[in-house]
Design a protein around this ligand. Structure first.
Ligand code: ATP
Ligand code: LTN
Length: 329
């Protein structure tokens, strides 16, 4: 049986949050099974779409690679690489851009959100961002793309691009599908539970960073915005409470019914302490492995160099095929 191919990426725009972990990174680890072959990358080219400090980008890219290994990505099994080290992505992106309609890009909600947030820098890269992402996915022939809810629209665009290209130029690309976790495809901010938790939030109390110390995690959950209802329940409109329960279920493996029952008759104090403890138990072992890799920079360099080589060999095959299909070469 052919193995299913998996590809996913994360931007090195800061330390990943609990949202990134529950929505995506944890699933990346879980997808490394015998019937699958996974490619995982740090999307540094995508990080350029917002204004960046070069030294910080360099540092955050390495740190993200170390954190991915700490999250359980096994580089001996799944190539782990930096997007820009595989030059074929940017090359295929040009070809795909020529079969993508502006109307499609205009509909992308991330573009609208980021344009509103960075009104002084609405650059063309921000606009064509989903085309590069389609290239990341299609160049490996990925069947499945593990992402959080906010990236589903981009994976759907990659599907449409693949189908359109195949119809115009003959079977070239595998048509990919997004994969999202059962719990936590959209973890909300702790200070604004109507918006997703984001690593670039200006208020650090709004997110749990994967490298936060246990005492900081506890403090942030204590400050989390909830509501004035006397009971704990998963219900329409109770954004803060729903979010805490979702995080609790994602970190403990309990069902929502089990979680709600557990907190019957208790208030937010108990729920917040229990969520904090569950998150600390999940993140502490990851933080320890992260520090080991950050202390051994040669080993990290070896891993990402090997990842780039493995990824690049595979990417070149698809790029050649795409060039040939359109009549170049
Ligand atoms: P930025 O704040 O720089 O836009 P981000 O926190 O949204 O970044 P990304 O690098 O864009 O993070 O996302 C990496 C992965 O994490 C993606 O699959 C994305 O869907 C997922 N993800 C991001 N935020 C959340 C969230 N709050 N809940 C669940 N999944 C999330
Ligand atoms: N756009 C994604 C990061 C990303 C990605 C990818 C995810 C870049 N390339 C390919 C999945 C597949 C984001 O903003 N989270």
């Amino acid at each position: 049986m052919d193995k299913k191919i998996i590809l996913s990426g994360i931007k090195p725009t800061g330390i990943p949050t609990l949202g990134n972990y529950i929505g995506a990174l944890r699933n990346w680890r879980l997808m490394q099974e015998d019937d699958k072959y996974c490619y995982y990358m740090v999307a540094d080219l995508h990080a350029l779409t917002v204004r960046n400090d070069p030294a910080e980008l360099r540092q955050q890219t390495r740190s993200m690679a170390a954190l991915l290994i700490a999250c359980g990505i096994d580089p001996n099994r799944s190539p782990l690489f930096i997007q820009s080290h595989v030059h074929q992505h940017a090359e295929l992106s040009w070809i795909l851009g020529c079969v993508t309609y502006m109307g499609e890009l205009n509909r992308m909600t991330q573009f609208k959100d980021k344009s509103a947030k960075h009104a002084d820098n609405i650059n063309a890269g921000l606009y064509t961002y989903p085309v590069l992402m389609a290239s990341d996915i299609l160049i490996y022939g990925a069947d499945l793309v593990p992402v959080g809810d906010d990236q589903k629209q981009h994976v759907e665009l990659a599907r449409n691009i693949a189908i359109r290209f195949n119809n115009a130029f003959g079977e070239t690309f595998v048509v990919p599908e997004p994969v999202m976790p059962k719990f936590g495809a959209r973890i909300m901010g702790l200070q604004d539970p109507e918006h997703k938790m984001s690593k670039t939030d200006t208020n650090p109390n709004g997110y749990i960073s994967m490298l936060d110390e246990p005492a900081v995690i506890t403090k942030k959950f204590k400050k989390a915005i909830t509501d004035c209802e006397p009971t704990i329940a998963y219900a329409e409109g109770r954004y803060g409470c729903n979010n805490l329960l979702t995080i609790y279920c994602a970190c403990t493996g309990k069902t929502m019914d089990e979680a709600v029952k557990e907190f019957e008759g208790f208030g937010y104090g108990k729920l917040k302490t229990a969520v904090a403890d569950a998150v600390i138990a999940e993140l502490e072992p990851i933080q320890a492995v992260y520090r080991q890799y950050m202390d051994d920079s040669e080993e990290l360099d070896r891993i990402i160099a090997r990842g780039a080589q493995q990824a690049s060999e595979r990417a070149q095959i698809t790029l050649d095929k795409a060039y040939k299909a359109v009549g170049i070469r």
